[in-house]
Design a protein around this ligand. Structure first.
Ligand code: ADP
Length: 267
């Protein structure tokens, strides 16, 4: 059996996905990007192959994507994360009846992508200028609130009062605002819900810029946060499609493209 890998070297996390020649996802691995992108990316791929009991020779084609993709010289090819995300969401979205709009929130940016019925990018918008509305905002907030990142989602639903408005449009000022709310004795859960709504409002504004068509697929690490999912659904007034592995959709898209490029070369 031949295998194909996609490696998404993001600003915050490196994600690796391996598919087999039938296009089935056989494994994913996520690790922190750290400061040594190239070394960490090589180790992440090696680690997933070891876990899957595969050798490097079993992997016929590797495509790199993401912020640090140019650093990964071992890849056979590289593509933009917009294209890889579109392919990944299109493929994973089939199980949900197909998706036409993608919302991606990453560690330091957020994107909205509209795709056609074949998974081709029709339009996209990106916020990479400001940490507000990104995973970075959640990381900073979790630290200030002394809550594990993984617990923000559950905390959202424990709020006894309405979500507290976070008015600052800048992460640095929002951090001061959160500390101020804590110092005034406000409920942590209401602050968490307020943070999620603040990100949700920005995200929905971004998505409206590209136009919301069909089913909306939500991916990127913050899509693991169920409270944020609920806040975006509330602001959008529609349900989101959240896949089983939202953080690895872009790596999966790169792996699926690696598979099809290999098949074309063989033909
Ligand atoms: P990038 O591709 O830019 O590196 P990711 O899509 O990997 O970004 O997302 C990274 C972000 O995902 C982190 O900044 C963090 O906020 C969020 N995240 C990662 N794991 C979890 C988790 N288990 N629960 C909630 N949020 C998470």
């Amino acid at each position: 059996m031949n295998y194909f890998a996609g490696i998404d070297i993001g600003s915050t996390a490196i994600k690796v996905a391996v598919v087999d020649e039938t296009g089935r996802l056989v494994g994913v691995h996520v690790t922190a990007s750290g400061s040594l992108f190239h070394k960490n990316a090589k180790e992440a791929l090696a680690r997933l192959l070891t876990d899957l009991a595969l050798s490097r020779d079993d992997v016929r084609y590797v495509i790199a994507t993401g912020y640090g993709r140019k650093l990964f010289k071992e890849a056979d090819d590289s593509i933009s994360e917009i294209t890889a995300n579109a392919i990944g969401a299109h493929e994973a979205g089939k199980a949900f009846g197909g998706v036409r709009t993608i919302i991606n929130i990453g560690g330091q940016d957020s994107k909205a992508i509209q795709i056609d019925a074949n998974g081709h990018v029709v339009n996209f918008a990106m916020n990479d200028k400001c940490a507000a509305g990104t995973g970075r905002f959640l990381d900073v907030a979790a630290r200030n609130l002394e809550i594990d990142l993984e617990e923000l989602g559950d905390c959202h639903f424990n709020s006894q009062s309405a979500p507290l408005a976070i008015n600052s449009t800048c992460t640095v000022f929002a951090e001061s605002e959160i500390i101020g709310l804590l110092a005034s004795g406000h409920d942590k859960a209401a602050i968490v819900a307020g943070i999620h709504y603040s990100i949700a409002k920005r995200t929905v504004r971004l998505a409206k810029r590209v136009g919301i068509e069909g089913r909306v697929y939500f991916d990127g690490g913050p899509a693991l946060n169920k409270g944020l999912v609920a806040a975006i659904e509330d602001e959008l007034q529609r349900q989101l499609v959240v896949p089983e592995h939202p953080q690895t959709t872009t790596a999966f898209g790169a792996a699926m493209l690696a598979r099809s490029e290999h098949l074309v070369e063989q033909a």
